[in-house]
Design a protein around this ligand. Structure first.
Ligand code: V47
Length: 355
């Protein structure tokens, strides 16, 4: 273990076995190493943005076993918003100071690609300064398959219609055997990376998530991180890595052993140490709980996502996030936990430092 600590202190890259063995380190030693890296990069600053999540439809042709959001036997409330409804939500949210809309939908084969792209086009026409983060690689794959378009053609249309960056969803766990068990039929790992590679080659930024705490093992998480590190070496297009803690309610995936807070904190810390080329580690308070996200700031995480306003995907599976968080409360919590809240835009330019 001393050898690995030396490597970390000398900023040397960790290999798969070394990264995996970090899970055997005691939490405080690991946290200290990750916190040192975090402080070298950002000091005590913790980033967040004022954003609004919108999930315009939950009607999905795919059935991911972990998902409680898509309409099915367990969630028999299908909905698809009209463009007018979406624009009304955006208008309202702008009056609360949002700088970003984060738009993720299910794979709805009833509405057509123009419904998807029209959302972005109309928002951009009305509010050109508002950053649109939209369409996961899983949605891009769905739009490509259902319209006979190449990935590049879908991506070009996203850009033409006003999408500014891509969220990190749909990554789940890249290991093919686990993927087959939890989200058979969804975009393959290879294609997930191909889509982000193409997106980055257009000069655009994206994020990458990892859904953990279900049937995967620690080795699958490390493998997931290694694959991300490889693409990042090639393109440099990822802004943030976002570990998503699995929520267990109202879905089809039977999981008995959930990760402890220790395991979750170790995962944040290890990601900070392994992903030496990804600038930001996001503790997404929605899935980690707010309290653990605040502690994660001391274990490598430097970003807490945002105020969100309304959250539908994880709250459907049990997370306490349906109504987002108030800006004042967000700022208070970050300050109270000993960090400096920094409101950022979607590309991590600092907008306001709350001293
Ligand atoms: O891909 C679905 C996950 C993701 C569950 O890029 C679940 O800034 C936990 O990608 N338990 C969508 N997670 C959310 C997402 C995201 C969130 C915040 C910020 C960003 C960003 C991206 O939600 C899906 C899936 O992995 N999810 N069901 C569940 N039961």
């Amino acid at each position: 273990m001393n050898q690995i600590i030396k490597k970390i202190e000398n900023n040397e890259r960790l290999n798969f076995q070394e990264a995996l063995s970090l899970y055997d380190m005691d939490l405080f030693t690991l946290g200290k190493l990750a916190n040192k890296k975090r402080e070298e990069l950002y000091g005590k600053k913790s980033f967040f943005n004022v954003n609004r999540h919108i999930n315009p439809t939950n009607e999905c042709k795919d059935v991911c076993r972990f998902c409680a959001f898509s309409a099915n036997r367990k969630n028999p409330n299908p909905y698809t918003m009209s463009h007018e409804e979406i624009l009304e939500i955006v208008k309202n949210a702008l009056s609360h100071g949002i700088k970003e809309v984060h738009i993720v939908s299910a794979h709805n084969d009833k509405v057509g690609i123009d419904w998807y792209l029209g959302i972005f086009k109309k928002i951009k026409e009305l509010y050109p300064a508002l950053h649109i983060k939209a369409l996961t690689a899983a949605e891009v794959n769905f739009l490509s398959e259902s319209n006979g378009l190449s990935y590049e053609e879908v991506i070009d249309q996203m850009i033409e219609n006003g999408v500014d960056s891509m969220p990190g969803g749909g990554a789940e766990i890249f290991d093919e055997d686990i993927r087959e068990k939890i989200c058979k039929g969804k975009v393959s790992s290879k294609n997930w990376f191909e889509i982000h590679r193409l997106w980055h080659q257009k000069g655009k930024k994206s994020n990458v998530t990892m859904l953990f705490g279900h049937i995967e093992e620690r080795s699958h998480r490390i493998d997931h991180m290694m694959r991300i590190r490889d693409l990042q070496d090639e393109t440099g297009g990822f802004n943030a890595f976002i570990p998503l803690v699995y929520q267990k309610e109202n879905n089809y995936l039977k999981v008995e052993n959930f990760p402890t807070s220790q395991e979750i904190l170790k995962t944040y810390a290890i990601s900070r140490l392994v992903l030496d080329n990804v600038p930001h580690i996001k503790a997404y308070w929605v899935t980690s709980t707010v309290n653990l996200a605040l502690i994660a700031q001391e274990f490598g995480a430097d970003d807490l996502d945002g105020t969100i306003e309304k959250e539908s995907i994880n709250s459907a599976a049990g997370a306490k996030s349906a109504n987002g968080m108030k800006l004042d409360e967000f700022i208070h919590l970050i300050k109270d936990s000993g960090f400096i809240p920094v409101e950022r835009d979607s590309l991590y330019n600092e907008l306001k430092v709350y001293k």
